[in-house]
Design a binder for this molecule. Sequence first.
Ligand SMILES: Cc1cc2nc3c(=O)[nH]c(=O)nc-3n(C[C@H](O)[C@H](O)[C@H](O)COP(=O)(O)OP(=O)(O)OC[C@H]3O[C@@H](n4cnc5c(N)ncnc54)[C@H](O)[C@@H]3O)c2cc1C
Length: 283
Amino acid sequence: MIPAAFDYHRPTDMAGVLSLLSEHGDDARVMAGGHSLIPLMKLRMADVPHLIDLQDVEGLSGIDVGETIRIGAMVTQADIIDHTGLTASAPILREAALQIADPQVRYMGTVGGNVANGDPGNDMPGLMQCLDAQFTLVGPDGERTVPARDFYEAAYMTERGDEEVLTSVSFAAPKGGYAYEKQKRKIGDYATAASAVQMTKDGGTCTSASIAMTNLSDTPIFSENAGAALAGSTVDETAIKAAVAAALADIDPTEDNRGPVAFKMHVAGVILTRAITRAWSRA
Ligand SMILES: Cc1cc2nc3c(=O)[nH]c(=O)nc-3n(C[C@H](O)[C@H](O)[C@H](O)COP(=O)(O)OP(=O)(O)OC[C@H]3O[C@@H](n4cnc5c(N)ncnc54)[C@H](O)[C@@H]3O)c2cc1C
């Protein structure tokens, strides 16, 4: 497994990155942690004549915690796990990051790489849809933000233009209870099914519920109908069943080495039920 020959670039600022992207067009790709891109290059499933390493680029790191939380694109999954302020304010991030791969991958894999990659198996896209995050992109025409819920078009196809770089993700500090549930075949594996849930309550009544799912379609799926089935209810068995049914109606899993469609629908139902129940218990 040796990649095809490539030129390695290590710019120190975004202007340098954008200039290389514009000069080499389709022949150039940015690399963050490299833990999705390098395996593809080694398998010769990605041909990247010009590899642009983002490690030294200024302004892509840092976690800001306030009413709005901002996470730089080069923040790693390990950084998220270790950040006590972030965990206090948005604990679902740590819970989800701890379920990604293994410590070695988490020391390298970045938030930006995870959400920009477009792999339906990545955990952070669904998480970001649950949190209603905004992705900030910078390109030749300047900066723009795209909601995570509008970013994913198909497997490995996103709203990001070829000459754009994702610089950060941001979202309002979440309120209420949370849960990230994931079923995988073994430690370090991608999800067979995963779900992110945030819920708020007033007295015994659910006031809002946000539900997104991972690896159950060719994009992450935010299910507005599942959330609506819980809002206004006491999250009893009937409401949970209605929410799960609504969520299952929104997904379109395909058969692969993680199982046939019927199995994935079953696992999705179990994972959703667990995530809703646990988020509600913490609300
Ligand atoms: C054994 C193993 C198990 C894994 N298990 C899981 C898992 O369970 N869940 C999970 O979510 N992930 C998993 N991963 C993937 C891992 O989390 C990756 O590191 C992550 O998906 C990509 O992040 P990265 O920083 O390594 O990106 P890279 O590999 O560097 O890049 C990935 C893609 O995103 C693009 N990109 C990267 N950064 C940016 C940016 N800032 N702007 C624009 N484009 C960008 C690159 O050009 C490339 O196309 C696993 C990886 C391995 C090797």
